[in-house]
Design a protein around this ligand. Structure first.
Ligand code: KG4
Ligand code: ZN
Length: 338
């Protein structure tokens, strides 16, 4: 007997500085096309106006590539999905307007996706898939959240940053050292050849399961400034050790709270998601903790850590199953709770 073919959905992601499109068929992500924006590098961070313009330039190309590589036509889509928020308003507007135009022209339903929920749901793209409930540490350039995931679309934030996101802390530390944006992956690379115990910085801890990264950022800024006064080439001569040391601190601030969350909730299935989950030090630290505490640990493939439409497609699939469609008069949300 022929198996019924599940829904085919085109998903679009444009919340920050990656323009991405993906096609999902019957719950299987067929591709994940990403156009990154190098234009921000020389400014030391994402410039929102430039990001919107680059999305506008790239979006037709990434959508066409996603359709071609999946071997499907636009007319075959059962729905069009897009990131509604959170993110940069101008960036979101490009994806939302494009998705609306397609849905209108094709007379197909629209599905809005919450970007942070999608980061969590990237765990359902490939095996092994976590079982419910699980704890997810979602760490990106804009967010640092501890979430209890009760079901595909039922999530509760149990802790979050009260100031900077951890990805922002990585990027700012890199900027202080004169490294280009985004500095997180560069710190990771240099840290692998450095001594994590070489330097210490004072860090502030928030009560409960919340995070704060502004204190360590300031401590790091003063540390580098003072060392440079003594030796102007301090950073260049000790880059690997400095990167390893600041990375060790940032990671321990994350993992301390994951341990606390697991103890507090009794949940021993732990997942990480978001751009910073690509960090090798964080992955290794969590693997060690998983062994010690008996956790089942879930780490997404690198491709699905940073912003991508594959995860938006996955979230859209679950929303399609529940008939959760969006009206054509929808507008993006720069802030959008999980
Ligand atoms: O999820 P994402 O792609 O975009 C946002 O939604 O913010 O995350 C981007 C963030 C940036 O701050 C970047 O520096 C950080 O993730 N990041 C890393 C690594 N790869 C990306 N931080 C540390 N180590 C990495 N390997
Ligand atoms: Zn993200």
């Amino acid at each position: 007997m022929l198996q019924p073919v599940g829904p085919v959905i085109l998903a679009i992601e444009s919340s920050c500085d990656e323009t991405s499109a993906a096609v999902i068929r019957n719950g299987k992500v067929l591709n994940n096309i990403i156009a990154s924006q190098a234009v921000h590098q020389k400014y030391g961070g994402v410039v929102p106006e430039l990001a919107s313009r680059a999305h506008q330039r790239n979006i037709v190309m990434v959508v066409e590539e996603a359709l071609t590589s999946a071997g499907v036509q636009l007319q075959e889509m059962d729905a069009i999905a897009f990131t509604r928020g959170p993110g940069l308003m101008g960036s979101l507007l490009v994806g939302v307007s494009f998705a609306k135009g397609l849905a209108l022209a094709l007379n197909k339903p629209l599905i809005e996706v919450n970007h942070m929920q999608a980061h969590v749901l990237s765990h359902f793209i490939d095996d092994p898939r976590p079982a419910f409930p699980f704890i997810c540490l979602t760490v990106s350039g804009g967010h640092t959240q501890l979430i209890i995931v009760k079901d595909y679309l039922d999530m509760e934030v149990i802790g979050e940053t009260q100031d900077d996101a951890v990805g922002e802390a990585f990027d700012k530390a890199a900027k202080i050292m004169g490294l280009p944006y985004p500095g997180g992956p560069l710190i990771d690379k240099h840290a692998q050849a450095g001594n994590p115990e070489a330097y210490s910085f004072s860090k502030t801890s928030m009560p409960g399961l919340d995070f704060s990264f502004s204190g360590i950022k300031t401590a790091f800024l003063y540390f580098i400034r003072d060392e440079r006064k003594k030796n102007p080439a301090f950073v260049e001569e000790n880059l690997n050790d400095i990167c390893a040391s600041i990375q060790r601190h940032l990671i321990s601030m994350l993992t301390d709270k994951v341990v606390q969350a697991s103890e507090q909730t009794g949940i021993n299935q732990v997942a990480i998601a978001g751009g910073v989950s690509a960090n090798s030090g964080l992955r290794n630290a969590l693997k060690t903790l998983a062994g010690k505490h008996g956790w089942d640990l879930f780490i997404p493939a690198f491709e699905y850590c940073t912003d991508n439409a594959g995860m938006i497609a996955m979230a859209a699939h679950f929303k399609y199953q529940k008939g959760l469609f969006t009206k054509l008069n929808v507008s993006p949300l720069a802030r959008m709770p999980v």
